[in-house]
Design a protein. Structure first.
Length: 145
């Protein structure tokens, strides 16, 4: 059974150029400007293409989780805390409470993204409405002549 390989347009262009090098249409030195790599790296790519074919030029970490990504359990825990204890908190205040009370130090934008993906939004217009009600206009000062 054949395996499906996903390649970027840059990787496809590299395959085409390296195939021309293998057929003798182009030299390895002449292909360096098209590959946008050094001569040494071009030799490595050519060797990998010969050994493994097009799959050898695909990025090795494709499909893997980022090394600095939070685990799904952490995301679930944060979303659970928001639902249980902090449902009325906005994003910034929620992150502050996570750090202060739960000892979870997570960036605000990360938490905001998780909440938006889960369909949780905090209504931002409430603050503006309450703020407008609290502000009374100041009468203009007019000197009496």
């Amino acid at each position: 059974m054949k395996e499906t390989i996903t390649l970027s347009s840059r990787e496809i262009q590299r395959i085409q150029v390296l195939e021309q090098v293998c057929r003798g249409v182009r030299t390895l030195v002449g292909s360096i400007p098209l590959l946008l790599v050094s001569y040494r790296q071009a030799k490595r790519l050519l060797g990998r293409n010969r050994e493994e074919g097009p799959a050898g030029l695909a990025h090795r970490r494709r499909g893997q989780r980022d090394h600095n990504a939070y685990r799904p359990e952490m995301r679930d825990r944060v979303l659970g805390l928001h639902q249980e204890r902090y449902a009325k908190f906005n994003d910034t205040h929620f992150v502050e409470m996570l750090a202060e009370r739960e000892e979870l130090r997570i960036g605000r934008e990360t938490v905001r993204g998780w909440l938006r993906q889960a369909g949780i939004r905090f209504p931002t217009h409430i603050g503006r409405v309450l703020g407008e009600l609290a502000i009374e206009p100041i009468p203009a000062f007019s000197p009496q002549a």
